[in-house]
Design a binder for this molecule. Structure first.
Ligand code: GLA
Length: 388
């Protein structure tokens, strides 16, 4: 986690010398259940021990926000009443959360904020959700008497992505960041929003991320296209079955998907096929975890990778390569994690294989791409909170 004193020193230096309160929110991993959240399915995320830490303080103005991104050394001031908001992409997360909180009735006024992060950007670990929930946590404390519920913080984060950042994301990332609990993964039903904490201490195994350091860009983009494909399939299934109620792919069966195959076209069909398969895989992983069957968990992870790569088409050469290395090394499970288009693979590795796997992955990746992947050992941490 980022050192509080480091953030504080910048907050003092860049504003009026006073201190504020300090908040932190984590990034996340996801064991399985990818691109299922906006399809009403299940996800299996956990918060990590890396995230965003921000110092914040009301500055006495009606609506002027003074913001400093410590890692970028970038200062942006803007007014909450400005209908367009700031241009800098990082500042739009602050603007978006503040506007969404105002919509909830929280009397957000001007404030100062400085923040830094240690969750890698573009690695598929949800640095953006970490920002949103961190800022939400702070505004809730400073202006909202902490009356905004955790779920409303999650939804304000998601609405920020939709309304100010151009990404029609689901709720997994913001959920994991707000609700995370050390040592636990969480199984969330994205339709009912019911969830369960799952203590995760796989005896004899560990989770490790390999970051390809290829950047993904979700905005405006391939991510939204995937979502549109899923919605298109649902629309056609609904048309075929006016007697039923089909809101998301969660409500659709394999048979119904086959019925519309020719109408929706190959691309949308393949995407929906992945989602239906992923829905089944998450449930299979839950059973396997209950039985302590990690080999089965791993098998499902490989299947997910294949689907994400061939049917959902959100992988890339580097991630497929990392996945192949994992397979060759006998790693139990491996797959691309998060939205895709770059970022990390998540790997379930037996302890006795760990060293050799990491060494081989570094060597082979370096030989092919001229740099080593970054290695992050997964430590499952707590969700959004005030530190000071
Ligand atoms: C991104 C989105 C999430 C989810 C994942 C894919 O991280 O923000 O809502 O859809 O991609 O599982």
């Amino acid at each position: 986690m980022i050192d509080i004193e480091f953030v504080r020193s910048r907050f003092i230096k860049h504003f009026d010398g006073q201190t504020g309160n300090v908040y932190t929110s984590p990034g996340r991993i996801n064991l399985i259940g990818e691109h299922t959240d906006y399809n009403g399915g299940f996800v299996f995320p956990g918060a990590v021990d890396k995230g965003i830490t921000a110092e914040m303080r009301a500055n006495g103005t009606e609506d002027t926000v003074m913001a400093y991104a410590i890692d970028l050394k970038d200062r942006v001031d803007f007014k909450l009443s400005d209908p367009d908001g700031p241009k800098a992409s990082w500042a739009r997360y602050i603007y978006g959360i503040a506007k969404e909180f105002q919509k909830l009735g929280v009397p957000v006024k001007g404030f100062n904020i400085a923040f830094a992060g240690d969750v890698p950007l573009g690695a598929g670990m949800s640095s953006s959700a970490a920002m949103e929930s961190c800022f939400a946590c702070g505004l809730n404390d400073i202006f909202g008497e902490n009356k905004v519920s955790q779920w409303d913080m999650v939804l304000a984060g998601q609405a920020t992505e939709h309304n100010y950042c151009g990404v029609n994301c689901g709720i997994m990332d913001q959920f994991a960041s707000v609700f995370g609990k050390a040592g636990c993964l969480m199984r969330l039903d994205c339709r009912s929003r019911e969830f369960e904490y799952f203590p995760f201490k796989p005896d004899g195994y560990r989770l490790v991320l390999l970051d390809s350091v290829v950047k993904h860009q979700l905005a405006g983009s391939p991510y939204n296209d995937r979502r549109n494909s899923c919605e298109n399939v649902v629309k056609h299934i609904q048309e075929k079955h006016p007697e039923g109620k089909f809101e998301t792919l969660r409500d659709c069966t394999w048979e119904q998907l086959e019925e519309v195959k020719d109408i929706v076209g190959d691309e949308d069909y393949k995407r929906a096929k992945f989602v239906l398969g992923e829905k089944d895989r998450v449930l299979a992983v839950c059973d396997a975890l209950n039985e302590g069957d990690y080999e089965k968990v791993g098998e499902m992870m490989y299947k997910t990778h294949e689907g994400l790569s061939k049917d959902y088409e959100v992988s890339c050469e580097e991630l497929d390569f990392l996945n192949d290395i994992a397979k060759e090394c006998g790693v139990t499970g491996s797959r691309i994690m998060g939205g895709g288009f770059g970022g990390c693979t998540i790997n379930l590795v037996r302890n006795d294989l760990y060293k050799q796997f990491i060494a081989t992955a570094k060597e082979k990746f370096n030989a092919k791409y001229g740099h080593e992947p970054k290695v992050y050992d997964v430590v499952i941490g707590d969700g959004s909170r005030r530190l000071v």
